[in-house]
Design a binder for this molecule. Structure first.
Ligand SMILES: C[S@@+](CC[C@H](N)C(=O)[O-])C[C@H]1O[C@@H](n2cnc3c(N)ncnc32)[C@H](O)[C@@H]1O
Length: 194
């Protein structure tokens, strides 16, 4: 999918899109490793955008696993659906998504990859999204999200890191992926086993 669509949507919805360019393939691969998508049975992606992480997930997900992408931008979802016909995409805000209904006849998620622009969010939204989603992860589920290097020192970046440490004790930070523009690193946490 073209970067032009991403840039156009950035200028229309800069606060929710939160970046002028999609993530690069190096960061996408590192995100898949961090969330151990190669052994996931049910993957959740938050904010797939133009599908950079989705494509990497499709490359490594095991046969028979399921995928849900929650993306609030309908333009992006319209393009993702035909590209990944076996995956499900919902046009929704993650903080409002009805996880219990969706999961009624399914196993909880065991891996989450997030492309959400957390540092552009106020604390209330950071909390609302995590608290809406985390109860629906299986014990031991992996959660991977990225932050742009440098931006994590902004007040909203620090707040998000503290929040993550509070909700997923033991969350780890990867080395910086310098090949991404801008350089980014990954937070990876696990849902406690009990
Ligand atoms: C920085 S872009 C990342 C896109 C892609 N994952 C990547 O890394 O290139 C953030 C995406 O999150 C979506 N988004 C922002 N806030 C959201 C929310 N509350 N719920 C669902 N999607 C959201 C935006 O529409 C956008 O597509």
């Amino acid at each position: 999918m073209s970067n032009a669509l991403f840039i156009r949507e950035y200028f229309r919805n800069w606060q929710s899109v939160g970046a002028v360019a999609p993530s690069g393939p190096h960061l996408a691969r590192r995100m898949m490793e961090a969330a151990e998508i190669w052994r996931a049975e049910h993957v959740l992606e938050l904010g797939p955008g133009t599908g950079v992480f989705t494509e990497s997930a499709a490359d490594v997900m095991p046969e028979g696993s399921s995928f849900l992408g929650i993306e609030m931008n309908g333009e992006f979802v319209q393009r993702l659906r035909p590209r990944f016909p076996k995956f499900r995409f919902e046009v929704a805000a993650a903080q409002e998504f009805d996880f219990p209904s969706y999961l009624e006849d399914k196993a909880p998620f065991d891996a989450v990859v997030s492309g959400l622009p957390w540092t552009a969010f106020p604390r209330s939204l950071q909390e609302a999204i995590l608290d809406q989603m985390l109860p629906h992860l299986a014990p031991g589920a992996r959660f991977a999200t990225f932050a742009y290097w440098g931006f994590h020192e902004l007040p909203s970046g620090r707040r998000f890191r503290e929040l993550l440490h509070d909700r997923l004790p033991g969350v780890e930070t990867s080395r910086v992926v310098w090949a991404n523009l801008p350089p980014a690193f990954i937070y990876v946490g696990r849902k406690p086993l009990n």
